[in-house]
Design a protein around this ligand. Sequence first.
Ligand code: NAD
Ligand code: WQD
Length: 388
Amino acid sequence: QLPSFSPDEFVLVTGGLGYIGSHAALELMKAGYNVIIIDDLSNSFSSVRWRIQQLAAAHCRAEGRPIPQLRFHEADYQSPAMKVILEQYATPSYDGGDHPRSQIAAVIHFAAYKSVPLSILHPLDYYENNVCGLVRFVRLLGSFHIHTFIFSSSATVYGSKANTEKPLREEDVVHHSHDPNRPASVEGLACPYARTKYFCEAILADVAASDPRWRIVVLRYFNPIGCDPSGVLGESPRATPTNLFPVVGQVLTGQRDQLSVFGRDWPTRDGTAIRDYVHVADIARGHVKALEKENTRGEPFRVYNLGSGTGSSVLEVVRSLEAATGTEIPIVWTGRRPGDVGFCVAANARAEKELDWTPIVGIGQSAKDLWNYLLLQQQERTLPAAAT
Ligand code: NAD
Ligand code: WQD
C-alpha cells in the first residue's frame, strides 16, 4: 500500500498537536504511516496526542490492520534539541557510505504562529518562528539527508490578488521575477504573517533549485473548518481564536455574546465577504496525497492550493451553523476588518489533477462536526476525570 515507505520509517510532523497538524497526523496513521510529532505546546495541549492515538487505533482495529506508531517529542522545532532528536532516528547507511540514513522519510511542517493581528503587534516573533526557524530547520534536515518536505502555506500569500472574483491559481503568486510586468508578489501582502508565508515559499523554492535531491511541496490552505466527525479531535488553541468558525463556536458555547460580522458592503451576493471554506479532514488527506505523489513526481518544487473551489459568504456560514445546531446566532454588524478582502476562492484543478485530491465534506457537515466537538468538550468539562 505504501510503496516507498518501509515499516521502520516515520513521517515527522512539526506542529502536530495543533488544529490542522493533529488531523493530518490522524489521517497519516489511518493510511498506515508511523508518525513522530514535534510540538512545543505554544498553541496546543499534550492531551491531543492521546486523542489522535485513540482515533487511529479505533480506525485500524476496525479495518483489521496494524496500528502505526505515534511518537511525541515536546520541543521547539528550531531549537538545538532538534539535532538530538534527529540523531535518535539516524541509522548507518545501507550502502556502506559515510552518510547516516534517517528513519524519517519525510517531514510535514505545520509549526508556525498564525495570528494576523498578533503578527502586526509582534512581527519579530513571527519572522523568528516562521522564517528564521524554517531556515535553520531545513539546513538541519539536509545535514541528516532528509529531503522530502511538505510546507503549510496559506491563501494569505495571494494578498490583494484575492480581491477579484476570479478563483486564485497557484501561478498568481510569483516568487522570483526579472520581468517588470510580472513582479514578485510580496507587494500586495497585508500583514507580517502573510509575508512570513510568502518568504518561506520563496526560500523553499530557492533551496529546491539549488539541490536536486530536495522534493518540496507547498500546500496553500484556504479556510480550514470543521473537525473529526467523532468530536474527539477539534480546534483547541491556547490563543483567543479570531477565525469565523471558532468565533461562532464561542458564541454557541456562551463564551461570546454575539458574532461581529465585519462588513456588509462588500460587492458580493449578500454584502458579506466570500471565502473558500474547506474541511480540515480534506486538507489532512491532501497531505497524504502529496506524500504519495512524492514517490513518483519529478520536479523538486511544486505548489498546490487546497480549497473547496467554491465560495460562501459570512451570512451563509452563519445560516449553516444555525441549521446544524438548531441555535440562533446573534450577530452585530461592524465595519470591515483592516486587511480583509471581499472574495478569496481557490482554483483547485492542479491538486485535483496532479494529486488526485478532491475535497468531499461540505459546510453543513463541517458545522455538524464542530457542534459535536463543542458538545463533547462541554461534557468533558463537567466530568473532570474524563478530561485528560
Ligand atoms: P495551530 O496553532 O493550531 O498549530 C500550530 C502548532 O504548532 C501548535 O500546536 C503550536 O504549539 C506548534 N508550534 C508553533 N511554533 C512551534 C515551534 N517553534 N516548535 C514546535 N511547535 C510549534 O495552527 P493550525 O491552524 O493548525 O495551522 C498549522 C499551519 O497551517 C500553520 O503553519 C499555519 O500558518 C498554517 N495555516 C493555517 C490556516 C488556518 O486557518 N488554520 C490557514 C492556512 C495556513
Ligand atoms: C473569514 C470571514 C471575516 C471573524 C484568515 C487568515 C488567513 C488564513 C485563514 C492562516 C472574513 C469574517 C471573521 C469574525 C467575521 N489563516 N469574520 N467575524 O480572514 O479569510 O483568513 O484565516 O493562514 O491567513 O487571514 O479567515 O476566518 O478570520 O474570516 O465577520 O469574528 O469571516 O471578515 O470575511 P480569513 P477568518
